[in-house]
Design a protein around this ligand. Sequence first.
Ligand code: SAH
Length: 237
Amino acid sequence: MTNSINVNQDEIAKFEKVAQFWWDLEGDFKPLHQINPIRRQFIIQHAQDLFDKKVIDVGCGGGILAESLAKLGAKVTGIDMGDEPLNVAKLHALESGINVEYLKSTAEQHAAENSAQYDIVTCMEMLEHVPDPASVIAACAKMVKPKGFVFFSTLNKTTKAYLLAILAAEKILKIVPDGTHEHDKFIRPSTLIGWAESHELKCLDAAGIHYNPITENHKLIDSLDVNYILCCQKVNE
Ligand code: SAH
């Protein structure tokens, strides 16, 4: 699939608009800052030592996860289709003295030239913003080395996810901008796992990411009802 096909420009525009607040710990991306340590922990738990590992972060945005993995010694490339998020990410890495390579690319485009190049592929909170998430998963499967790990996180297609992630977070509490998410684009874990397994990605583990914006309590939980993260491993072809 080409670049022009699997990108929803309206979705990109939403992130362009608020990119300047990406590193504001109390701003629109506060939930991502708060859950980042637990998703990083989940990655370490499975991939273990990240030192010198080649990592690609697909839909990296302003670089919250990418930087946190680079800090562990990983050689991180972040790709995104938003100019502003990438500018913010580059500037922040420079300010923090952290080395991350940022490129404007889709997963599909990057995979075409980087087959089996990465020890770890991460794709967090991005699949629910693309027209064809299965195509992104195929590209992630292509980029990872045999036995390498691919991590996905997204929102489940449940009523509870609608009530918490859209109604509460966007409309009532206004902790994320109105219109950030569409329930139609949420993905059931069984669907995601099915796509992954059709591309030789075996699902090893799944966890729920719990975040309570009022108490700011965040932790990994068993229930995949709302936000969840998967660890997949590329099986030998
Ligand atoms: N993964 C980051 C940011 C999530 S926000 C994190 O979890 O911290 C979603 C990001 O996906 C935005 O930066 C948006 O620009 C990007 N995005 C949306 N569609 C995309 C596409 N088709 N290709 C690449 N990036 C995309």
